[in-house]
Design a protein around this ligand. Structure first.
Ligand SMILES: *[C@@H]1O[C@H](CO)[C@@H](O)[C@H](O)[C@H]1NC(C)=O
Ligand SMILES: *[C@@H]1O[C@H](CO)[C@@H](O)[C@H](O)[C@H]1NC(C)=O
Ligand SMILES: *[C@@H]1O[C@H](CO)[C@@H](O)[C@H](O)[C@H]1NC(C)=O
Ligand SMILES: [Ca+2]
Ligand SMILES: [Ca+2]
Length: 581
């Protein structure tokens, strides 16, 4: 009798263990994929008006498939007056006319599906456009829509002039409050004047945004990237006598009083209610997933402390986004960093991330200087090795697979409000996001093959004649070819399921190891233009020989070259994937 009782117990225990080690377990589609971010205005222009569009994207989806990505994330494609290039949405349920029609979007979805690519859209929940029906109705005195926004009385100063309600700053400089005569009050805009903040203390707004999520998920998109999520809620003014309190000074001396960073944003960012709102959205995702069993993915954009970022993953029984974006490889390291800085930055996210959640790696996006510009073009392959071979999800901003660098955009050509609002023809480029948004480089033809228009919405970056997809496809060794090989490699169990540890072998060389069931890989990045001979036996159980699986374009090594693990020579900026024999 005893044996009969114990036997099933033993099976249950051991199978539980197996699942915990991820053994033979099919991982959800998103856990091992590469998300490829497309900035729609700059990817491909199908009708040659100088502006990228949906049909352009559809025509180039094979490229995304070929490099090995499994999903695209499109920056906003919704109806917009474009004061902030689509992050100011006039109609959350409609496609922007410069980009195409709903039919065009459905065709994009169909093509993506045919290629086995998932499509993620951008949710911009913090604000609407001042030209949305919602805001226009609010101005006309329609109470329902008036309550969609955050209104506040001005204050009269000692000279009898009306001033904004408090000192809150817009992320694009100046007051975060704009007066509207129609209602005799100020409205809040944490971003540009054309982006009035939505009022999340109004249940109608909460329901409306859930309906936006449902609308697109039901249309067949696989999830959302959520914009500026940590700005959703402002402090509850009822806790402060019915008046929004001033924010304290940040104490930063390198910024002027008009700048956003002049204040510490304790009342307009990272409020507790924001996390609970995001957990509620995840419930909506689950509600849709329950219909067909496909997990829908949420990625959240919050530039915040690591403690605040990982809080999005969930709390107790509540689930949040699968991917709270890990921006540390953008904000904490660059070309000047040491190997120790790199190790520290990678380890930081892995340390704070809850053990049962998946990490994610991002080195660029439409808001930050391109990876190749921040790290230097010599490190493109090495950085892609890190992003694609660390445990978890990889995100690639379009152009990183070929090492595109920032474009030079003159003051006259600058269109980003973040640059224009500086009113500074000399220093605008420090704030402008146009350089990382210049058109994609397809080939050496006019406008890099992006468009045949006389003028593109942003100028094409210099050097596209030699830095483009066509050239790199034809080359024997190129950033593109290495990227593709990395994407293949990450399908291996060692990279899907394996464990991680890392060392800064000296001040310039960062190495991490991935291992699974006795197989070991070492990924090595020399961050300086300096030769070294490295001893990899500092890693436990690494001895004997290592062999080259992949090497960066400047590497003299070939696949299959073998070195004793205690003396591996590397040249300046070399990136290597080595297999332990
Ligand atoms: C919306 O805001 C922009 C500034 O961002 C302004 O130029 C435009 O006139 C405003 N539109 C309306 C209808 O208020
Ligand atoms: C916010 O939530 C945290 C964690 O639950 C709690 O410790 C903190 O007191 C809350 N803050 C406010 C202002 O309610
Ligand atoms: C390492 O490689 C060398 C040269 O290729 C070879 O002679 C030696 O047997 C290898 N050692 C091991 C432990 O595989
Ligand atoms: Ca176009
Ligand atoms: Ca807000």
């Amino acid at each position: 009798m005893r044996a009969i009782i114990f036997l099933p117990l033993f099976i249950i225990l051991s199978s539980g263990n197996v699942i915990k080690q991820n053994d033979e377990k099919e991982l959800e589609w998103w856990k091992t994929t590469i998300f490829y971010q497309i900035y729609p205005r700059s990817f491909a222009d199908s009708d040659n008006d100088g502006i990228g569009d949906l049909n352009g994207i559809t025509s180039k989806l094979e490229h995304v498939k070929e490099i090995g990505a499994g999903a695209i994330w499109l920056s906003p494609i919704f109806q917009s007056p474009m004061y902030d290039f689509g992050y100011d949405i006039a109609d959350f349920y409609a496609i922007h006319d410069e980009y195409g029609t709903m039919e065009d979007f459905e065709a994009l979805l169909a093509k993506a599906d045919e290629l086995g690519l998932k499509v993620i859209l951008d949710l911009v929940p913090n604000h609407a456009s001042n030209e949305s029906m919602w805001f226009q109705e609010a101005l006309k005195g329609n109470e329902k829509y008036y309550n969609y926004f955050v209104w506040e009385d001005g204050v009269i100063d000692e000279n009898g002039n009306m001033q904004p309600p408090n000192n809150w700053r817009s992320q694009f400089r100046g007051s975060a409050w704009e007066y509207r005569e129609e209602v005799g009050k100020y409205y809040l805009h944490q971003f540009v004047v054309g982006q009035p903040d939505l009022n999340y203390r109004n249940p109608d707004v909460v329901e409306e945004i859930k309906n936006v999520i449902r609308f697109w998920l039901n249309k067949g998109v696989a999830g959302f990237r959520v914009d500026a999520v940590n700005c959703l809620f402002e402090v509850d003014k009822d806790l402060y006598g019915g008046k929004y309190p001033d924010e304290p000074l940040s104490g930063r001396r390198d910024v002027d009083p008009g700048s956003y960073d002049y204040l510490a944003h304790i009342y307009t960012k990272d409020q507790n209610e924001t996390y609970y709102m995001v957990y509620d959205w995840r419930d909506v995702f689950e509600e849709i997933s329950a219909q067909d069993g496909l997990e829908r993915v949420m990625m959240t954009e919050a530039y915040a402390t690591i403690q605040d970022v990982v809080r999005y993953y969930g709390e107790g029984e509540r689930k949040g986004p699968q991917m709270p974006f890990n921006f540390n490889l953008i904000t904490d390291v660059d070309a000047s960093s040491s190997a120790a800085d790199m190790k520290h930055t990678v380890d930081k996210f892995l340390t704070y991330k809850p053990v049962d959640k998946v990490s994610n790696w991002v080195v660029g996006n439409h808001d930050n200087s391109r990876m190749a510009s921040r790290y230097g073009s010599s490190l493109v392959d090495g950085i892609n090795m890190i992003v694609l071979l660390l445990p978890g999800v990889a995100v690639t901003y379009m152009g990183e697979e070929i090492g595109m660098i920032d474009g030079e955009v003159s003051w006259e050509d600058t269109v980003d409000p973040s640059g224009c609002n500086t009113n500074d023809p000399i220093n605008y480029y420090k704030s402008s996001r146009d350089p990382e948004r210049t058109p994609f480089h397809w080939n050496a033809e006019k406008n890099a093959g992006f468009s045949t228009a006389e003028k593109t919405w942003l100028p094409v970056a210099q050097g596209y004649e030699t830095l483009n997809v066509e050239v790199q496809k034809a080359a024997e060794k190129s950033h593109l070819k290495i990227y593709q090989a990395l994407a293949d490699l990450r399908r291996d169990d060692v990279f899907r399921l394996g464990r991680y540890d890392s060392l800064a072998l000296n001040k310039d060389v960062f190495v991490f190891r991935r291992w699974y069931k006795g197989e070991n890989y070492l990924v090595l990045l020399n961050m300086r233009d300096k030769d070294y001979t490295l001893d990899l036996t500092y890693f436990e159980n690494i001895h004997g020989n290592v062999t080259v699986v992949l090497s960066s374009i400047q590497s003299p090594k070939d696949e299959g070259d073998t070195y004793p693990a205690f003396a591996v020579p590397v040249v300046g900026f070399e990136g290597l994937v080595l297999k332990h024999l």
